[in-house]
Design a protein around this ligand. Sequence first.
Ligand SMILES: Cc1cc2nc3c(=O)[nH]c(=O)nc-3n(C[C@H](O)[C@H](O)[C@H](O)COP(=O)(O)OP(=O)(O)OC[C@H]3O[C@@H](n4cnc5c(N)ncnc54)[C@H](O)[C@@H]3O)c2cc1C
Length: 525
Amino acid sequence: MAKDTPPKTYDLFVIGGGINGCGIARDAAGRGMSVALAEMDDLASATSSASTKLFHGGLRYLEYLEINLVRHALKEREVLLSAMPHISWPMRFVLPYSPDMRFEGETPVSRILARVMPWMKGRRPAWMIRLGLFMYDHLGGRKILPATGTLNLQDAPEGAPLIDKFRKAYEYSDCWIEDSRLVVLNARDARQRGARIMVRTRVEGAQRQGDHWNITVRDVETDTCEIVRARMLVNAAGPWVGDIIHQKLNLKSNESVRLVRGSHIVTRRLYDHDKCYFFQGTDGRIVFAIPYETDFTLIGTTEAEHGDPHMRPECTPQEQAYLIDFANRYFRQQISVDDVVWTYSGVRPLYDDGASSATAATRDYTLKVDAMDGAPILNIFGGKITTYRKLAEDAMDRIVPFFPGTSGHWTAGVALPGGDFPVNGVEALIGRLMANYPFLDRFWARRLIRAYGTEAWDVLGAAKDKSDLGHDFGATLSAREVKWLMAREYARTGEDVVWRRNKLGLRLSKDEIAQLDAWMQAERA
Ligand SMILES: Cc1cc2nc3c(=O)[nH]c(=O)nc-3n(C[C@H](O)[C@H](O)[C@H](O)COP(=O)(O)OP(=O)(O)OC[C@H]3O[C@@H](n4cnc5c(N)ncnc54)[C@H](O)[C@@H]3O)c2cc1C
């Protein structure tokens, strides 16, 4: 009987398990559409785990007059924060000021300034930063985040780690986001709403057949192929969006993507307070220094053209030297390459708008539907972690006309798994978790609440003592938690666990990670 049953035809097939693919899969599944998603590696294994991890409007984009992008992103910060108060939190950014600050190359604002005030050519004056911050405060309808302020660095603790040159600073708000957890939680929520999520599954090709697509997918672990049918394709392959269009699908299209690599370095903690620094360089670029994973400082990013999506991005020695030099022009404590404990690198899949430099290329997204030759495909270019939910809504606005009767927007204000508690409720949850599981220390309890929110209780189950959680892999990672990640969050390898489900890779040795991986492979066998 099964032989005669026609294969299921999904409404939507999403290529790519980064933030954009998973965000769209969740939105579509929540509207009752049947959805399948294929990710060739681990969820968030590409750009979506390699960002600076900020929900931000992008202060510097104001100099490129990307006012709409900044407005939308600013508004979105608080919508997202409320839906995921475990993996996202407000942060204050300290922007030290000195009169020798320069503009980034030839920005639209620097050109206007050079025309009306030729003596200011190339300079980024204090009044302009204040104006930018005023707009930043008011463009996005801020309700939760505190407003901009000024700091006297000679007295304020934020001045202590900096060299004497900096006497004054501005302070403003943005939010932190655990980028790879955001992706996994969207994928989980999509699955809970009925989507099929296939990891380690590569799309090899797809052909239009009348009103549907036949998509060939390969399970890269078993090396077996399957044909999946769908009425519409969504190409959310990030840096590979062009590879899908031209190589895998052989479509005619003039659209192209500009690949821009960005790298970060991580050092041991360089200062004691919990605020970030926004440093401006003599080349006009900006770099962030951010408190990271309690004991570390994250510094980034660089920008370099990246020719080929198949080339794994890595932080080059030149990029490391650039970031170290940048930090050393601000911090008293001078760092060297010996202080770098980890680096990571990602590729921005920017829409190629013909801009002269990588820095100037738009960070906004572009959505293109192609339905000329039969079943439709939606190609996604660019985007930011911050705008992923809006991008998914906009994508659905393009998709819905092909599926009359589909319901409307729903994701604003709907919590992601574990995020069903108030924005300021983290400390209370940590206290409750420690009361319920007295064997947890504060670091452990905080880590679990920041990762799993209200689901932390499910992760720990009926454990009365540490030993009830099974094998201890080090750094508070237990067998019970790893099993939970394998069963619920698609974790297949040690790397998935220690670099994307959490960042315990910073605390575990290579041997410990290898032991974890061997344990997981045995568990799967
Ligand atoms: C250095 C850097 C810093 C950034 N900082 C920020 C920030 O602070 N805030 C912010 O808002 N944004 C930031 N961004 C931007 C943001 O990270 C990206 O816009 C976003 O992650 C892109 O997501 P994506 O889903 O389009 O791509 P990806 O995350 O790359 O996902 C695409 C997925 O498609 C999969 N795929 C490709 N081909 C196939 C195939 N044939 N079959 C199956 N799967 C396939 C890939 O494996 C990949 O996982 C930053 C980007 C970079 C590079």
